[in-house]
Design a protein around this ligand. Structure first.
Ligand SMILES: [Zn+2]
Length: 276
């Protein structure tokens, strides 16, 4: 019996990503603040469609916007870990990374009554310590790597990549990797970013992007009997009106095509039972 799972995931960063990059003037901060409006719209859309999703919420957002985060919990969505301060682990020492991990997990436990089962790194850049730390702190899954598309796989530690030498795979761990891709993330498609170093144009047609995202699902249906497709969105990005309409259309098409919507924790548990 074919079964094709979709995980809708929302990285509820609000202002945290801008602060982590030193962009603390009023306009970038307000850009993150718009995520509060986006989150309300997304919760209403998910409720209308009868869907539960996974919200990766930084500790910063939980402590800065408690009512908005409580609304996510009240609607029955999964809350997963997305650091406290939205600093990528690859930029932190092991001690800094662990302290941030623990602080954010305490905020999640206070909000939801339990520790996070899943983790997604800010800006999708793990350190060489992240997998170890996630295992030590009881996580079941990570969602920050790009080594597959429709199949969860076991995260490895100890890969060796040295210039001029063949790649050596490290050992597989019990941590389940729920793979992601920038192509299935709203941010690079839609956000206009101008810095001293570069301009990211973004601002693409929302319906065109959603058409590509639907094609990913169709290809999964054509090529595998069972799989998980993960879409990554940010309330301050996808929450704009024309993008919300396009997302609504995507969800409708996915439902018509037979997608099984699950939280990432549920999908990871099904992957664990089925694959390992
Ligand atoms: Zn983020």
């Amino acid at each position: 019996m074919p079964r094709h799972i979709v995980c809708l995931t929302f990285d509820f960063d609000t202002q945290s990503g801008f602060i982590a990059r030193g962009m603390t003037t009023p306009t970038p901060l307000s850009r993150g603040e718009f995520g509060l409006i986006g989150a309300r719209r997304l919760l209403a859309l998910l409720k209308a469609r009868g869907l539960r999703a996974t919200w990766f919420i930084p500790g910063f957002t939980i402590e800065s916007h408690p009512a908005a985060c409580a609304a996510v919990v009240e609607e029955g969505h999964e809350v997963a870990h997305h650091s406290w301060a939205h600093v990528p682990p690859a930029q932190q020492s092991r001690a800094q990374e662990e302290a941030d991990l623990v602080r954010a997990n305490e905020a999640i436990a206070k909000l939801t009554g339990r520790s996070a089962r899943g983790y997604r790194s800010p800006s999708w850049d793990l350190s060489e310590n992240t997998i170890d730390l996630l295992l030590a702190h009881g996580f079941r899954y990570d969602s920050s790597l790009m080594g597959a598309d429709y199949w969860p796989y076991r995260a490895r530690r100890g890969d060796v990549a040295e210039l001029g030498k063949p790649f050596r795979f490290g050992e597989q761990t019990a941590l389940i990797e729920m793979p992601i891709s920038w192509s299935l993330d709203d941010y690079p498609h839609f956000e206009f970013v101008r810095t001293a170093a570069a301009i990211l144009p973004g601002l693409q047609s929302a319906r065109t992007v959603m058409e590509s995202w639907l094609d990913e699902f169709r290809y999964m249906q054509q090529t595998v009997e069972w799989g998980v497709l993960t879409y990554t969105m940010h309330p301050y990005v996808i929450g704009r009106g024309y993008r919300m309409l396009a997302l609504e259309g995507l969800i409708e098409n996915l439902q018509d095509a037979g997608a099984v919507f699950m939280t990432m924790e549920e999908a990871a548990a099904e992957a664990q039972a089925r694959m390992f």
